[in-house]
Design a protein around this ligand. Structure first.
Ligand code: HEC
Length: 157
């Protein structure tokens, strides 16, 4: 009797397992076009993902300047520009302030300064670059972003 009951339980469990849909890993290739676009769009995120990269590169850039590694600093600053453009490709409402307060002015200027390898000028202009980040946070209504060590404590002198 006990054996029969156990067999019945195993059979029930197997039926349950077999009845489950196959959980495929190919989340893009296995989806129709609309679902694929929706999944990509939500997975790639909006502006904050770009800013996360920008913040990380910003800290590495400051460290590179402290290390007198101006080529690395230039590399990160260049990528910061690309990350912000990538961010507003996804969230166009951010473009006006990003261009006006950052990309069209200080970003271009500082790129040249970093390329020059002139350590004194690079250290002197660092504060202007930081101010531009912070000004955009105020303009975009996220002033609390400025109250964190990457802005309040980071020096390159
Ligand atoms: C468009 C103007 C703009 C500029 C220029 C800008 N930011 Fe931002 N930043 C934002 C906005 C808006 C958010 C909030 C993102 C959101 O809510 O989707 C943000 C968020 C952040 C965050 C938090 C990201 C997270 O989710 O972890 C960091 C860090 C950051 N910015 C660093 C910087 C640094 C460093 C610079 C300058 C090199 C900079 N930002 C320049 C608008 C800007």
């Amino acid at each position: 009797m006990k054996l029969l009951r156990n067999l019945a339980l195993v059979a029930a469990a197997l039926t349950f397992v077999v009845a489950q849909p196959v959980l495929a890993d190919d989340w893009l290739t296995n989806a129709d076009e609309d679902t694929r676009a929706e999944r990509l769009s939500s997975y790639l995120g909006g502006f904050s993902g770009a800013m996360w990269e920008v913040g990380n590169r910003w800290e590495r850039m400051a460290q590179a300047i402290r290390d007198d590694n101006f080529e690395l600093a230039h590399y990160h600053w260049d990528k910061i520009g690309s990350a912000i453009r990538g961010g507003y490709m996804k969230r166009p409402a951010r473009q006006a302030n990003a261009d006006a307060l950052f990309l069209d002015g200080i970003w271009k200027n500082y790129l040249e300064t970093l390329e020059s390898g002139d350590g004194e000028a690079i250290r002197k202009q660092f504060g202007q670059a930081r101010d531009a980040c912070m000004a955009c946070h105020v303009a975009e209504d996220v002033p609390f972003m400025n109250d964190q060590p990457m802005f309040t404590e980071q020096e390159v002198e």
